[in-house]
Design a binder for this molecule. Sequence first.
Ligand code: ADP
Length: 339
Amino acid sequence: MNDKPEKFIDNNGLRLDGRKADQIRDIKIEVGVLSRADGSCYLEMGNNKVIAAVYGPREVHPRHQQKSTKAIVRYKYNMASFSVEDRKRPGPDRRSIEVSKVSREALEDMIFTEYFPKSAIDIFVEILQADAGTRTAALNAASVALADAGIPMRGLVSACAVGKVDETLVVDLNKDEDNYGQADMPIAMTPDGKITLLQMDGNFTLEQFKQGLEMAQEGCRQVYEFQRKALLDYYAKKEETEEVAVIEEVLQEEAPEEVVEESIAEEMEEIEEDEAEEVKAAEAESDQEIEEDSSETYETSDTVEEEATETEEPEDEDEEKEEDESTIDESDDEREVSQ
Ligand code: ADP
């Protein structure tokens, strides 16, 4: 069944979904949606719904893939089987392998891979709902997820397609424009205009190509503003909640802290009082000791005198001895006399 619309651009110059030729689809970005990933992003671009998860820098498995001078970047694009009208056969196919390859190349050069040798940065993107331009939507989400993971980058990569319908150039093609249009050129670029991905399906004249490039550049600039705002808002909010959490924690701890401070002050006072008492006691003791010492000195001199008198006593003893001897002599004399 051919659902090709008769006209892609109405009389007012508006497209089937009411957009102007240079208008991108509405974008909605949510940062940090997956708690297990190092960085993540949910992104809606029109009816496209994609989710990106970044892991790393982390160990490389299998190890033979690791590079000694830089990190390897791996990118896995997968379309959920329920993401399209007809059920898509699950698992990788030629298209998803090709999209994964070109998307990895679009991001790899923007990452400072040389900062993380022997490691891997893994990017997974799941397409939950597809409506043309899924590779560009996936790249936009992956770029934000990389930033959320804190991977150092030269800049965010922003992507959108430019195409041709009814000989008119249009940006960010929807499903009908993509399927039945004359050309489709997905482009990814850095904020300073360096192109990291450019593919083309269909035909452009050189003039159309140049003009299309300019339109895509403007589209990418608009995408970049959404990405930047989403990241800034997310981190501003996160910082705010963290600050509030810290303040709450401090407030909760304040009461016990006061008690602790009071008890410390009391303890300090007690210690000071004890110390002062000890000092007083020590002073009093030392005074007493000095007094005692001086009295002891007098005692010592008395003792010396006593000792001196004591030492004189033996002299008396000698005298006694002499007396004794004289007595003996006398007794001898007496004995002699008696004889
Ligand atoms: P992109 O999504 O990047 O524009 P394509 O141009 O290859 O990539 O695909 C255009 C659209 O075609 C997709 O967004 C999706 O809606 C649809 N499509 C792609 N592959 C399949 C598929 N295997 N089954 C059904 N629809 C598909």
